[in-house]
Design a protein around this ligand. Structure first.
Ligand SMILES: [Mn+2]
Length: 310
């Protein structure tokens, strides 16, 4: 009897990767581990990113079949000889943001200790703070942020860890060498002073307009040099019409093709030590388009990273 295991059949782990409890990850010897952080208490306006991991997982099953050959790559875009697993979600506690973020950091630490590369599904962009904190004590790396907004707010009404602050907090981590902000064009997230301050630290900004003007090859050359990179992808870097299920969508953003090609290019710039994709808010999505696109971007990037490593 043929077993098809179609996308709508079975338990929807990410891309139907095997589910492995965090406590069993060492024995699993996975190459990369998916982790959901269903937390959106850092959101200022449109909540719902707590449903991001589940929404992305469900639509990711579209790519779980055996037929994902990509003609341009001349290979499967999800390599079959690499061990990817899904570790489920961080257990969030309502009304206790600090506890949630601590649990998120601990979970990422466990993935790193197992030797697997963390792949985190947000959650709003505040989750990147505990994710990066989990790398303390490891080799230094540089951050590449792909986002409409700069996210370099120091403090707003005493809030220092909201969705507008992850890159500011990253800049304070001694093992984060630099930040390259790519795709920036959104209004309202950061003040001129924030832009001045990140540039004064030696960080690099490649705006959405510059990306369009100079093209992908030049964008890749402008990334701050490093041997290792952590990449944080805010789905709102995509045009609001193409990814409406986002916490802070904006017009004028990128297409799927542009973001995918950027990620595939980044995989060749240096070793990728982990990445997250944040701000997908399924309650605002239309026909699953944002969740589908987010899952495809994750798979494109995972494939590129591990084809490079082989
Ligand atoms: Mn962001």
């Amino acid at each position: 009897m043929d077993i098809l295991d179609l996308p709508f059949v079975g338990i929807p782990s990410f891309c139907k990767f095997p589910v492995v409890n965090l406590s069993c990850l060492e024995e699993a010897q996975a190459d990369a581990a998916i982790l959901g952080i269903p937390f959106d208490l850092g959101t200022q306006v449109r909540p719902g990113a707590r449903y991001g991991p589940r929404g992305i997982r469900e639509l990711s099953t579209h790519y779980s079949g055996a037929c994902n050959f990509d003609y341009d790559l001349g290979a499967d875009f999800v390599p079959s000889d690499v061990k990817f697993v899904d570790c489920g979600d961080v257990d969030v506690i309502h009304y206790d943001a600090d506890e949630c973020l601590m649990r998120a950091r601990d979970a990422v630490e466990m993935i790193l200790a197992s030797g697997a590369m963390p792949v985190v599904l947000g959650g709003d962009h505040s989750v990147t703070i505990p994710v990066l904190e989990a790398y303390e004590g490891r080799e230094p790396f540089s951050v590449i942020q792909i986002d409409t907004h700069l996210d370099f707010v120091d403090s707003i009404a005493g809030v220092t860890k909201g969705q507008g602050s992850p890159m500011r907090r990253a800049s304070e981590m001694p093992y984060v060498e630099s930040i390259t902000h790519i795709g920036i064009h959104g209004a309202g997230s950061s003040k001129k002073q924030d832009f001045d301050e990140t540039l004064a630290l030696g960080n690099v900004i490649i705006s959405r307009r510059e990306w369009l003007r100079v093209g992908l090859a030049e964008v890749l050359k402008k990334i701050a040099p490093s041997n290792r990179y952590f990449v944080t992808i805010d789905i709102d870097v995509m045009d609001g019409a193409l990814a409406p299920g986002a916490g802070s969508p904006e017009p004028g953003g990128a297409t799927y093709r542009e973001v995918s090609d950027l990620l595939i290019g980044i995989a060749s710039v240096g070793e990728i030590v982990g990445f997250d994709l944040v701000e997908v808010s399924p309650p605002y999505d239309v026909a699953g388009i944002t969740c589908l696109t987010a899952s495809r971007l994750i798979l494109d990037f995972l494939g590129a990273i591990f084809r490079k490593r082989q």
